[in-house]
Ligand binder design. Structure first.
Ligand code: AMP
Ligand code: ZN
Length: 114
């Protein structure tokens, strides 16, 4: 989609610190990390929010979660634990309207979140 930051990053029109890519998704380091490990897992398909995910996206969403687990293992945070977050709309603080999983780890996570 035109003018979407994460569409531009996944199409390599804007640089990012991409650590993984396949035909369906990219993963890159968050520009403003909130934990020692803070990676965004992003489908190449433009989907604005979690509210816009349809049944057609079932395999894609599963792929994002499995990719998050693979990266968590590679980064050495799977045993200690990590958090996966998908913010949706204003109250959750969503700022980029192209769905993404935040993979956060490397420090203790508080609950409830802020
Ligand atoms: P959200 O607030 O859940 O929509 O998350 C958007 C995330 O994208 C934030 O954590 C930002 O720090 C991150 N972000 C924004 N621009 C970039 C960029 N150019 N490269 C990497 N991460 C970005
Ligand atoms: Zn997009």
């Amino acid at each position: 989609m035109k003018d979407c930051l994460f569409c531009k990053i996944s199409a390599k029109k804007i640089p990012a610190n991409i650590i993984y890519e396949d035909s369906e998704a990219v993963a890159f380091i968050d520009i403003n990390p909130q934990a020692p490990v803070h990676i965004l897992i992003v489908p190449k398909k433009h989907i604005s929010t979690s509210l816009d995910i349809t049944e057609k996206d079932n395999a894609l969403i599963g792929h994002l979660f499995r990719l998050a687990a693979k990266i968590a293992k590679e980064k050495g945070i799977s045993e200690r634990g990590f958090r996966l977050v998908m913010n949706t709309n204003a109250d959750a603080g969503q700022t980029v309207f192209h769905i993404h999983l935040h993979l956060l780890g490397g420090r203790h996570m508080h609950w409830p979140p802020g």
